[in-house]
Design a protein around this ligand. Sequence first.
Ligand SMILES: *Cc1c(COP(=O)(O)O)cnc(C)c1O
Length: 402
Amino acid sequence: MKKLAGQDRTITTTWRPATQAIRGGTARSHYGETSEALFLTSGYAYDCAADAAARFAGEQKGMTYSRLQNPTVEMLEERISLMEGAEATRCMASGMAAMTAALLCQLSAGDHVVAGRAAFGSCRWLTDSLLPRFGIQSTIIDARDTEAWRRAVQPNTKLFFFETPANPTLDIVDLAAVCAIARENGVTSVVDNAFATPLLQRPMDFGADVVAYSATKMMDGQGRVLAGAVCGTEKFINETLLAFTRNTGPTLSPFNAWVVLKGLETLDLRITRQSENALKVASWLEKRVPRLLYPGLKSHPQHALAMKQMRAGGTIMSLFLDGGRAQAHALLDALELVDISNNIGDSRSLMTHPASTTHAGLTPEVRAEMGVEEGMLRLNVGLEDPADVIDDFDRALKAIGL
Ligand SMILES: *Cc1c(COP(=O)(O)O)cnc(C)c1O
């Protein structure tokens, strides 16, 4: 179906996710531009006072204020919905704004949450430190153990919250089984899908209720902007999430939305090639380090489950050295091509030491429980020639005597 200049957006739901990533949600202005327009505006003018009143009353279509609506942000929301197979999406200023909103919009004092123990450091802070201040208790479990989810359910359990693959331990959660337990118990499942993106894994196909993203990671994927998104049913987005985000304001800037729209155009190419590169690097590296976890390798204890849920292994692996923090830092310092950086999903190869960076805010006990060891390093493989990444590791490992 053609989208003509000045027409409302055409929603073609039959296109496959890789096509949606390029074309989904495009709304052209009367100029008929091919690339999405950037509407850097905070407000909108009305033809007459009655129009303003009608728009505020919800009786007239149109935008009122960019904390509530923006044409560029809406294109991104529509595109992510179409890629995800979700009824609706709301974009946020960052991944953490998305996670916070996805939880707080539906939880109240007295509610209970079950969450996976391996999680992005700030996600663990939400369940361990923020929610209890508002009278919301959490049970933290080994998310790989499907029956542990069932055992943790209490009469007041409202929500399951987990990542798969998890950051940085690469734990895999059985999406179909855990989301089914949530449904049986009237619990909402919230899945942080930052590592996989809808092009490698669509949690809603396995029964997830809400999918939340850091779009900073693969979706931008070129290290430029922070962004986040929450996907769900129209009812959840419009009746539960929208009131929270409109009034608390974790709004995505139209400029950042535009950058992510451009990023999505190449997401399929990037994530496919980066996963291929990661598999090559992981296959080589696992022979050179004491232990390595990558979902795409047969040596990953949950490889079969990962491959059932994911189209490829993704861009991220974790490796473990025997010499603790000192040796992990020494390897980072010896690398020349691979940057020391805590971002992931970037087109550059980046490596970080989670215990002293992304997970440094957690207590040593929580880190140990999560499996974030002192000798652990997390590697994001980028778009460089993987032979150069391997050469860099070969030289750096030799330099530190490995
Ligand atoms: C990075 C990340 C987040 C937070 O996203 P920001 O965009 O940095 O706020 C949340 N969850 C996971 C799994 C992440 O990797």
